[in-house]
Write a protein that binds this ligand. Sequence first.
Ligand code: AMP
Ligand code: GLY
Length: 457
Amino acid sequence: MPTRILIVGAGGREHALAWKLSAEPGVNEVFVTPGSDGIAALPRVRRLADVPPVDGPSVVAAARAIAAELVVIGPETSLAAGVADALTAAGTAVFGPSVAAARIESSKAYCHEIAAAAGVSMARAGAFQQRGPGRAFARELHEGGARVVVKADGLAAGKGVRVCDDLDEALDAVDAAVADGPIVVEERLEGPEASLIALTDGRDVLALPLARDHKRLADGDTGPNTGGMGAISPLPDLPDESIADLLARFHRPILAELARRCSPFRGALYAGLIVTDRGPVLLECNARFGDPETQAILPRLATPLGPLLLAAAKGRLAAAARSLDCVGDRLLTIPGASVAMVLASAGYPEAPRTGDPITGLDAAEATGALIFHAGTARDPDSGPARDLDAGPGAYRTAGGRVLTVVGRGVDLDDARSQASAAADLISFPGVQRRHDIGRPPLAVSAVLAGGRAGTRG
Ligand code: AMP
Ligand code: GLY
């Protein structure tokens, strides 16, 4: 049981982790670096604002200074920068993979290579550094009757993917993406998506409940791809009972292949799946907890998370899972559902505007919904003269995804109503939000058609 935990990161996912871990029995204090004012408002949570989250030696020094028994790494940028390696070398327990293992996320071409070696099903794809061969492969897919997806090979905060409708768009996407670096060109698959995140010590796995992200900016899965505009858990069309089968198809073979290559993976292995006519297929792996999936998932857990993260970090996950009575390969959940809605700033994802005053946070929280901060900051100069509604110390927008509002309920509809009612109370100029998260597909069509369902949030 870790009593002092350091979380690396500053977003909604890290706020949800701090909320969950700081409330667990035996945890005395949670620190978050760099954290945010919103995260630091939690009881027993402090921020270390001056520690850069991508600088291994600084994070090691911070972990030592606060005598952290466990460091939990949130963002992929910290993993790719070697923060977990630095902590491991310093003898600090860290939940998060090495640079070598995190390459499963930081290079989409490497993810395809591992999946192929492990016999895991992914979309047909090619990796390219030059425009000509990339275009030729897009044409080949098109001539074979497939549509095309073009991806930046490296990390792009969820925004490096163009899902194309026709060949011209695909060729344009190849030209645009290859100008910035290596790319992957893929066959476009159709079907509902699912995120399955498993805690692992490199050998054993323990899955969080299934969730679904909503990557497109606008209702009905339209508009550009984003980092994620909302999440639901559980899924109406893929029960948590399918988890054992999914772990056997995806997580276990990938972990075995990474171990075989001497880069065992310790941390959260996230499989982004699409359920096609020919069964579930892997779209991507992430080397960390998803955002906003984590905000929807953590409120559903019936067990403490800290002991499991520490056990995974120390290579003893199976024993810890047994001691918490986890049955099979899954964490225990409480009955019910969660719906997480992201409120994004004006201009997101292309050019997020910052500095807009946010109002209604207290009223939204009073509804019982959970409010997790991502791109917010307290305005040091704010005062009644500048921000009559919000008053001194008011929050302003400070990033693309600003807040995640999470509703909980007996089912998805109930959870959606709570999230929606709370989100309705929060406002800032230019706020962008989806209104179909957690709605059944029929109701989504009504939203798109501008029907009554669309006006109720
Ligand atoms: P990724 O970062 O690779 O998961 O891609 C982000 C999002 O783009 C996914 O969640 C899907 O919505 C979409 N996407 C990626 N690859 C494909 C594909 N091969 N077919 C259809 N949609 C895709
Ligand atoms: N929700 C997708 C991600 O975390 O990358």
